[in-house]
Write a protein of this length. Structure first.
Length: 64
């Protein structure tokens, strides 16, 4: 299993790409604790990407 880099500096699109890679890994596995850990990481990354998109949205920029 590959380790995820620190997601703090990733863009939402880069996070989505990482999610796609992890999904491919999870789909190739049988159900078990490792697969469940990957699926949990995917869920966390999706929430993080959504939060980054919201923070970067034009409505939150100063003067908007």
């Amino acid at each position: 299993m590959k380790r995820i880099p620190k997601a703090i500096y990733l863009t939402p699109d880069e996070i989505d790409s990482r999610v796609a890679d992890l999904l491919a890994d999870a789909d190739a596995m049988v159900d078990g604790p490792v697969r469940q850990a990957i699926l949990q990481e995917i869920a966390q990354l999706r929430v993080y990407a959504d939060a980054k998109r919201w923070i970067e949205s034009p409505g939150l920029k100063p003067g908007a």
